[in-house]
Write a protein that binds this ligand. Structure first.
Ligand SMILES: [Zn+2]
Length: 220
């Protein structure tokens, strides 16, 4: 069952690997959907599998409590991170966790990326915060990430990596790339010794646009 959702997760996971956002078996991808009874379920990558040899049926289906509904393999160690986000972000239906180079540099330095680019603010929703460190797979990590992500579409994880979310998989992937591009530009600007923030009025207008499109209080 749920073939199309599994294919979508598999293809995104393979693309994540091909684009260099992870190496080996790290990172994980999930998609939220409704089963025929209207119950919410999540298709998620399995733990410890290489993406190039991963098959459609290796993708695991779990409920929002992380209980396996279908699949032979163990769901990702970070399943609680994904379900934790889905529980509080009702419009989010896709989550991608990566270990990108530039985002991880910022995550190691523990620097929040302020609003520096128009596309960052209109699509990610403003600053990119760094969630405090906690061990992989722990409820603390999930809580830290959910809190630091807030209403935005990307967050970094201290000494670990990044999370991007979207209303669908394509959007989550765009956020993933946009966050990494923003991190790269921020690091380069820091190296030049000067970072100009967006003008406050522009950031305000852009955040209003973001809230209208992605905001949880909006319908649709
Ligand atoms: Zn990770």
């Amino acid at each position: 069952m749920w073939e199309s959702q599994k294919i979508e997760v598999l293809e995104a996971a393979q693309q994540m690997c091909q684009e260099g956002f992870v190496v080996g078996t790290s990172g994980n991808v999930s998609l939220r959907f409704k089963d025929p009874e209207g119950q919410e379920a999540v298709a998620i990558t399995p733990s410890g599998c290489h993406y190039d040899t991963m098959k459609t049926n290796d993708i695991v289906i779990v409920d929002l409590e992380g209980q396996r509904l279908e699949g032979e393999l163990t769901p990702s160690i970070e399943t609680t991170l994904h379900t934790g986000i889905y529980k509080v972000r009702k419009k989010v239906n896709a989550v991608i966790h990566t270990h990108p180079v530039y985002g991880s540099i910022i995550a190691v330095a523990g620097l929040e990326i302020p609003g520096i680019l128009d596309d960052q603010v209109t699509q990610i929703g403003g600053e990119i915060r760094v969630a405090p460190y906690a061990i992989s797979g722990s409820p603390e990590l999930a809580a830290n990430v959910v809190a630091s992500l807030g209403p935005r579409n990307a967050v970094l994880m201290a000494n670990h990596g990044a999370i991007a979310v979207g209303r669908n998989m394509r959007e989550a992937f765009t956020m993933c790339k946009l966050a990494e591009k923003t991190a790269r530009i921020f690091i380069s600007a820091l190296a030049l010794g000067k970072v100009n923030l967006l003008p406050a009025e522009a950031a305000e207008v852009e955040k209003a646009y973001f809230n209208a499109v992605y905001g949880e209080s909006q319908r649709g």
